[in-house]
Write a protein that binds this ligand. Structure first.
Ligand SMILES: Cc1cc2nc3c(=O)[nH]c(=O)nc-3n(C[C@H](O)[C@H](O)[C@H](O)COP(=O)(O)O)c2cc1C
Length: 207
């Protein structure tokens, strides 16, 4: 398969317009979209082809509420780690869309998978967690191509998340994904736009 200039332009647009989304419309996603997002994870690279990501679709109102409460506790603790103007700025940020997003996924990494037979991770066990991050990004880019937004929530106590979902001891929490139609579109990260942290350019050092 050879790609042309037009295809590269589209990829650039998808990369440029992918944003971490925290403001969602409540409209439900149809099952075709959910299938496409699920299949996008199948296409992700993983160490030893271990595919260590484990995904729980969080539909239960009780689980969603419990997740929001864990976020609220962790967000308050994070807020209290700042002082003065930076604390005020932190409080003004919206850092999750858990109360509205129609599709919500709790993502974990299986840290002792049979799959892959250990290939590639003996020296760097963290490659399993890295593989899960890749699957999340595959989902995010596919979502953007479907005009769907994704927000990652990591302001969550991983132990509390593992207990909430009663997952096996070998699973470690990766992220809570909020997924749905975005209220607005932007080609600029919200944290850059509000002045919390400006974009910087990736530098390649030559040695
Ligand atoms: C691993 C990871 C965890 C993140 N956790 C959060 C989070 O808990 N809350 C939040 O609002 N954004 C979270 N983000 C989104 C980042 O703030 C966002 O990616 C960054 O500001 C750049 O914006 P962009 O994704 O729109 O380019 C997370 C992003 C990553 C990659």
């Amino acid at each position: 398969m050879d790609f042309a200039e037009h295809d590269r332009d589209i990829l650039t647009q998808i990369l440029r317009w992918r944003r971490d989304v925290r403001h969602f419309r409540p409209d439900a996603l149809n099952s075709d979209i959910e299938d496409a997002l699920q299949q996008a994870m199948d296409l992700a690279p993983s160490v030893g082809n271990a595919r260590p990501w484990r995904v729980i679709r969080v539909e239960s109102p009780d689980l969603r509420k419990a997740g929001q409460e864990i976020f609220s506790t962790c967000n308050q603790a994070a807020r209290d780690s700042y002082d003065g103007a930076q604390r005020d700025a932190y409080m003004a940020l919206k850092l999750a869309g858990m109360e509205v997003a129609p599709l919500q996924l709790a993502i974990f990494t299986e840290t002792a998978p049979e799959e892959g037979h250990g290939l590639g991770r003996a020296t760097m066990p963290e490659t399993l967690v890295q593989s899960t991050a890749m699957s999340i990004y595959s989902l995010m880019l596919t979502a953007r191509a479907l005009n769907i937004g994704v927000g990652m929530v990591s302001i969550l106590d991983p132990g509390a998340m593992e207990r909430l979902f009663d997952v096996p001891d070998t699973w470690c929490f990766a992220s809570w994904l909020c997924i749905g139609y975005p209220e607005t579109q932007d080609d600029t990260p919200l944290l850059h736009r509000v002045g919390w942290q400006e974009n910087t350019q990736t530098q390649w050092e030559t040695r």
